[in-house]
Design a protein. Sequence first.
Length: 72
Amino acid sequence: MRSKEEAHDYRYFPDPDLLPLEFTQAYVDALKAELPELPDQKKARFINSLSVSPYVASVLVSEPQLAAYFEE
């Protein structure tokens, strides 16, 4: 039986062929500005602003089309 497949040191090591990615803070900020509202943020807004129960909010944000219909 081979034991190295279960060894933690064997499974997690960086790929030597991949170069590290370096981004400027301005680039990261520009990407953040373009992101739509994320499901967790939308769920919190539904709960806090619209007084929706946590269960209903989680159902609404599970489908983007359903959340958009609810907001309209």
